[in-house]
Structure formats: C-alpha cells, structure tokens
Design a protein around this ligand. Structure first.
Ligand code: DC
Length: 222
C-alpha cells in the first residue's frame, strides 16, 4: 500500500490534534503535531528569560531539536531531550506562540524539520500551513473546522480537565484573537489550500470525524 503524506490544517480548537492522533493510531501512521513544535520554541524562549527579539528567537529555533514519542495514547514532546508535554498548552504559551510563529526565521527552521520528519510518507501532520507550504504536494489535504463557539467549548473543557482555572469567555476571546493573527500574518497564514477538502466537525463526535478521514485515506491508498 502507498504510504501517504496527509495534511490536516485548520483554526485553533478544531480538534486537529485529537483527530490526527486517533487516525495515526488506527492506521499505524506517524503523527507530527506542528503546533507543538512552535509551542516548544515558545517554551524554550520563555525559559531563557531573554527580551522578545526576532533575531534571538530565530537563532534559538534553528538550534532546537524537537522530537515526538507516542506512548500510552499520549504524544510526548521533547525539546533538546527534555520532556515538555505538560508545559506547552498553558494560556501563557498559547498567547505568545501566535506572534512567535509569525517570525519568518522560526518558520523556515520548523518547516525544514517538518519536511525531514515527513518525507518518507506514512505520516499525518496537523497545523496551519501544511497543505499550503510544508507539503503542497501532500496526497490528501483536509481543512478541519468548527464554529468558534464549539471550538472554544472544546478548548475550555480541555483546560479545565487539566486542572487549570479559566473563564469560558476569556478562552473564546483568546482563541478568536489567535485565529485572526494566524490568518493575517504575512508569512504562511492559516488558509485553506485550494485542493483541500473542507470538513466541518461542528456537532460531530471524534470517532465520526476520525472514520470519515480514514475512509478518505483508504480511497487514496488504492
Ligand atoms: O495547533 P496549536 O494551537 O497547538 O498551534 C499553536 C500555534 O502555532 C498557532 O496559534 C499558530 C502556530 N502554528 C503555525 O503557525 N503553523 C503550524 N503549522 C502550526 C501551528
């Protein structure tokens, strides 16, 4: 069977990582969470305590080695050998990651790593620019979305489940603002590729979305 490159893009909270992980597990593909890579750079930058400067952050991102290890249903994330899985989804990192991911030098470094990770196929990548920039020739491109209200609900529940104290309206406002920034940046903005299939997951269960995507993959693998 052909080993495909699958691009899953969409706005924040659309369920991309949950879905990509579920699809990858079911069909034995590797899963690359590209948002986690930009979050890893953000985390590393915060650790340095350095002032916010594009050049400094760009250089930092070029030196970083980011790895994923799927284990026990969790996609463990490592930055230079240190596990950071539980530190990269805080509201603080979520706020900072959006402007930081707009730095051209950071994008060049991350895209190079993503291409290396995915070049052999048998891989699903989720992000914002996978189908438009990272793998414009991907075998299958899906643009996953849902209403802002539903996306905010999902993110809110996730944060609460992780023991964080957050306010729903604030979570929604942050998410809408991040989407605006991600869609309006000059380099590789969030955008549906012309040849991507639009999948609106509003009101759908995870398993339904997962199975719809697996069906599309099955058709492409033939
Ligand atoms: O998917 P996420 O919420 O973990 O992504 C975090 C941020 O990283 C998002 O606000 C924009 C950025 N990002 C990006 O610019 N390009 C990608 N391919 C993935 C994420």
């Amino acid at each position: 069977m052909k080993k495909l490159v699958i691009a899953l893009d969409g706005p924040a909270g659309a369920g991309k990582s949950t879905i990509a992980k579920a699809v990858a597990e079911k069909i034995g593909y590797a899963y690359i969470d590209t948002g986690a890579m930009y979050r890893a750079v953000t985390w590393k930058f915060v650790q340095t305590g350095h002032a916010y400067e594009d050049e400094f952050i760009g250089e930092l991102s070029e030196k970083m080695v980011i790895e994923f290890q799927p284990r026990d249903g969790v996609n463990h994330v490592f930055a230079d050998g240190v596990e950071i899985t539980n530190f990269i989804r805080t509201p603080e990192i979520s706020k900072l990651v959006s402007p930081l991911s707009a730095i051209a030098r950071v994008r060049v470094a991350m895209v190079a790593q993503q291409r290396r990770m995915g070049e052999k196929g048998g891989v699903i990548l989720d992000g914002r620019d996978i189908g438009t920039v990272v793998f414009p020739n991907a075998d299958l491109k899906i643009f996953l979305t849902a209403t802002a209200d539903e996306r905010a609900q999902r993110r809110y529940k996730e944060l609460i489940a992780n023991g964080m104290k957050v306010d729903f309206e604030q979570v929604k406002a942050d998410l809408v603002q991040r989407d605006y920034q991600d869609s309006h940046r000059p380099v590789s903005p969030l955008k549906q590729a012309d040849d991507a299939i639009l999948l609106d997951s509003t009101g759908m269960h995870i398993e339904e979305v997962r199975d719809a995507i697996i069906k599309m993959i099955g058709e492409k693998e033939k």
